[in-house]
Design a protein around this ligand. Sequence first.
Ligand SMILES: Cc1cc2nc3c(=O)[nH]c(=O)nc-3n(C[C@H](O)[C@H](O)[C@H](O)COP(=O)(O)OP(=O)(O)OC[C@H]3O[C@@H](n4cnc5c(N)ncnc54)[C@H](O)[C@@H]3O)c2cc1C
Length: 440
Amino acid sequence: MWQSKQHNAWGDPSKTDQESQPLWWQHDPLPQNSLMLPRGNARSYGDSCQNHSGVVIDTTYLNRFLDYDKDRGIIHCESGTLLKDILALVVKDNWFLPVVPGTQLITVGGAIANDIHGKNHPAKGSFGDHVLAFQLRQEGSDVIHCSSTENPDLFSATIGGLGLTGLITSATIQLKSIPSPWMAVETIPFNSLETVLELLQSSQQSHEYNVAWIDCLNQSATKLRGIFHRSNFVHSETKIPDRKNINIPCYFPRWVMNKFTIKNFNRIIYYKNKKNKPSQLPYHKFLFPLDNINHWNRIYGKPGLLQYQGVIPYDNGKTLLKELFHQIIQSQQASFLCVLKCFGEQKPKGLLSFPMSGFTLALDFPNRGKKTIDLLHCLYKITLEADGRIYPAKDSCLTPEMFQQGFSHIEQFSSHIHGNFTSDFWQRITGNSVSCKKTS
Ligand SMILES: Cc1cc2nc3c(=O)[nH]c(=O)nc-3n(C[C@H](O)[C@H](O)[C@H](O)COP(=O)(O)OP(=O)(O)OC[C@H]3O[C@@H](n4cnc5c(N)ncnc54)[C@H](O)[C@@H]3O)c2cc1C
């Protein structure tokens, strides 16, 4: 069954699929002689899940569980299954996904194709590290089984492969065991970059999940303030309470996200969390706080938001972070979402995986056009000159040179791109307009 559905980019609502209506893929053959791109739940911020030169294949209807081994914690599901639905099924058996991002509203296919990371990278690596196998479809081919032993090269190209190697139809994932769905969370206020870097590194021994929220509008780069959170799953008999979501019904006017409102909002977050009180929270409250606000991206108004997320190596990390924060604070453009995390030493399985050993900083900026893009390019330059890289899932304005600087395996990866798969992101960062490879 083929049907169409209109979609706006998560970060930039002005970008729609006007020319290419997404298709809902069920079990038909893939479109013939057409440039295509699989899409999950479209939670990537920029254009990596858009394709104006052909069709977008919406996989969210591929959402069946195919097998669940409760004893060994292994799940096999179709690729459009949301992480939220997996957790709803497995948490009651004391299993959990080893790696989750800041939202559970993403699909398994999207998690693999961006090799996503969470707040526990030093402990658990990235999503691809827990994928035992997946099935891939390319135009004109039967299902290709991929794992570390079967088609291993295609396996590592598809992890973090941005949907360009084919359509993942299903995947088998190893879960991790947890004592209960509750997490013990410590909340520690800090007043300097030195303190938060110390906390981020020292807490890795005692806590699996570590993340710092930083107020980028209040201080100078040498005197940053914010809140550090660290957490572990703990045993508890208490039932998880029902959730009530808030809904943002429409796009806010553009002026709502101004320096004054953001500054005050940051102040409230800081003082509300300043008490340094340990607490127990259900996992979704700690791991996915934004999921409680439906369509929170509408707060940024119709121009949307642009995100910077980069990783910089630990060597010289403090100086580089100071430089990044200096530019951000000077610009006075930051919003309330600014988080700092650590990546561990593990080499990811994917050829284009984003994580590498270092600090990763992510923050949203209200989209003010050229002014914001200039700032992002300045942050990208600092990151790349330090041998860091930028996260494709969050990017909207990398240039081809910048992309090549960050990812050293592009050539090896490119040999695995299936000729009929492309995306707006890929065309932008390769500077190519790809034409459709005809298959007879
Ligand atoms: C609030 C929020 C918080 C976030 N926090 C984090 C975080 O902490 N860590 C992190 O790593 N990311 C984070 N992200 C980014 C998000 O996890 C990734 O962009 C993820 O890939 C989105 O998955 P999706 O299902 O929405 O896929 P989409 O955005 O639709 O697609 C992402 C990519 O996957 C490809 N793809 C999708 N399905 C398939 C398939 N079946 N076969 C082949 N390719 C496919 C697409 O072509 C595209 O290249 C966050 C996003 C939001 C909105």
